[in-house]
Structures are given as structure tokens and as C-alpha cells.
Design a protein around this ligand. Sequence first.
Ligand code: SF4
Length: 375
Amino acid sequence: MEEAATIAADAVQDSCSLDNYLAQPDHTMDARIAAAREKLGTDVVLLGHHYQRDEVIRFADYTGDSYKLSKIASQTDAKYMIFCGVHFMAETADVLAKPWQQVTLPDLNAGCSMADMAEIGQVENCWDSLERAGLTGNLIPLTYMNSAAAIKAFCGERGGLVCTSSNARGAFEWAFARGEKILFLPDQHLGRNTAFAMGIPLSEMVVWDPYQINGGLAPDRLKAAKVILWKGHCSVHQRFLPEHVDRIRREKPEMQVIVHPECRWEVCQKADAIGSTERIIDVIEKAPAGSSFAVGTEIHLVNRMAKRFAPLGKEVITLDDAGCLCTTMYRISPQHLAWSLENLIAGNVVNRIKVDEDVKHWAKVALDRMLEVKG
Ligand code: SF4
């Protein structure tokens, strides 16, 4: 590492400031990223989420959804993990990392609007209310991966676990084997779609609004509910509407509609298939030539699949015309990636994501339970 630091010092001594990188056009970063990657060798691993922009994800050692990437994060031996995703993903990697590994997020502004919809204080208040109502005895808290480490720890400490869109059903089954009710955080849509697919009617689900007294729910409704859904959503996937499916049915009846389970229940009900990003890719990959798909998920992934599958005679388009973009993930630019890598070469770990030790313990308990659930 000492030798690498010397080589890099020339390149970065005057330019370690992020502003110097942001002033440069995207394409000028390519050669710098590739050179820095080579110098760092196996000391660094780059993890890229499927929603990441092309100019960044092309440098990733591993791409995947948050489930796949969290598994990789728990297995890699690289000294540094650079997470080209959003904040909660880097936190998860830090929780699963070995003590000597360090995780960084190239831009700290890459957050997730859904994760921000459940703050730990709000969740604790909710639990206190449910405890006063005598409902926590058989209640298992379950959080989607897209949540802060503190929320994951909250669930781990109370006998619950984490899930992703790949294994939500397995996690629900795990929870119902241990309790009678689930508190699902923070995505109401994934929770509703999963529970409904398991045969739980909508009448047995309620939505807890953290901005209302007692979640805005009458005691008898809460008592009767099998699933208490947190009032959170993904601002990208919630933009897909039932009308978008209707239009595809009208204009391209031969197309199959496949959507992510973060989409509204009404959209999922009209779709031909529902699945995590990994499953969406898998379905299209296995489909015969001549198949066509309208996909309800983030636009970067849809565009990449369109390009990849066109030569194989498969058509992939976005479900809506506008193309929904994850603006927070988009904040990770080639400039941020080059800045992170070149700083590492110079011996500076920039934008390290470090979860508090007490939070880490219980978050890991919840994540370890998730990794045992079938994906
Ligand atoms: S797509 Fe939605 S849930 Fe995923 S990171 Fe972006 S805002 Fe969060």
C-alpha cells in the first residue's frame, strides 16, 4: 500500500478536493477510475446497485440488488468496499463487514427517500403505543433492507429481522412462525403486496401513519390487524400507476408487464409478474426470443436491459413514458468515484460509513436472520 500511495501522490497532491473533480466532464474520469482501480487491485471492491448510472456501474466488480450485494459484502476480503448505491446499503455493508474492512459511499448525499420515512424515534413511539395497547406480545417487527441501521437494530433487538424484495415472503413466513402479527417497516407497498400474495386480505392490514396520534388507527382496527404497515413508500416506484398498465394492454397487448413489489398494490394486481430487480432480469433472460416486456422499475436498469436484450430479439421498455429515476442514487457520479479511489491511493479514506457498535450488534442479528431466509 505504501508503494501505491507514493505513485498516487503525484496524481492527487493538488487535486484531492472534490471541487476539482466536479469541474471536469464525466468522460475524463474513465481513464482515471480505471487506473486507480488497477493500482488498488484486490485492496478494493466496488459494489454497484442495479439502479446506478451507466458511467459508474461499468466499473463495479459486482452488481446486484441490495440482497445480493449484502451477501457479497459479508463474504469479500477486500480492505475497502466502495458502495455505489445509497446510504442504507453502505451502512448494511459496514454492519456485515469484518472488523478490519472499511466501507465508503462516494457521495454522502446519496440517501433513500423511503428509508428517511421511518426515523428511529417515530418507530420507538409506535412500538410504545402498541405496547400500551397490549399488542407487542405476539408482534414481530420486520424491516425492509431500505431502512437505517438503527431501524434494523430495533427489529433485531425485538426478535425481528430484515428482508429484501427478493426474500420478503420468506421473511413473512419466518415471522408468522414466531408471532401472530407483523409490524412492517418502512415500505407499505412491499408489505401489502407480500402479505396479499400470502392470502392475507387487505381488510386485515392497517397503515400506521407516524404523523397521527396512535398512527391514526382506532384500537379495534389495530387489534384485528394481522399486518401493520408503516406509511412509507419509494418515490420512484410509487409513480407507476394502474393507468400505465391499462395503456400497455391497449396499445401493445402482446407485451408482458413485470413490476417491482415497491409499486402500488393496484399496479401489481394488474401486472403479469412481480419481482425484485434480480427476478425481473432473470425472467427476461429466460424468456424466448420475440418476447416483449414493459417493466415497472428504475429507468437505468430498464434502459440497460433494453440494450442487453435487443440483440437477442427481446424488447424491453419502461412501463410509463417518463421513466422513473432514482435521483438520490444518481448523485454518485464518475467524479465522486474517481475522487474516492484516488484518495484511497493517497491514503485518505473519504466518506467512510461507520455504524455505531451498539447499533451494529443488533442490526447484524437482524441481518444474519435475513441471510438464513431463502431468497
Ligand atoms: S429506488 Fe426508491 S427505494 Fe430504491 S434507493 Fe431509490 S428512493 Fe430508495
